[in-house]
Design a protein. Structure first.
Length: 70
């Protein structure tokens, strides 16, 4: 469940910040970069802040998802 939620949140933030960057203010593109950096950190280290946040609010971790310590 967490994996789908994390992907949905990341995709939504990227699309939303791109739209805001094009139509409102270019500084919103920093959010796109921040999400991209976090995706790279997760790919390289298998650590993800969003997994930790979702675990703290009570959403169960997927089998095999190792984004945060138990």
């Amino acid at each position: 469940m967490q994996t789908k939620i994390v992907h949905a949140i990341a995709g939504t933030l990227i699309l939303f910040s791109l739209l805001l960057g094009v139509y409102a203010n270019k500084n919103w593109l920093w959010l796109t970069g921040f999400v991209g950096i976090n995706l790279w950190v997760h790919a390289l280290t298998n650590w993800c802040l969003m997994y930790m946040i979702l675990t703290k609010i009570g959403i169960k971790q997927d089998n095999g998802a190792t984004g945060c310590p138990k």
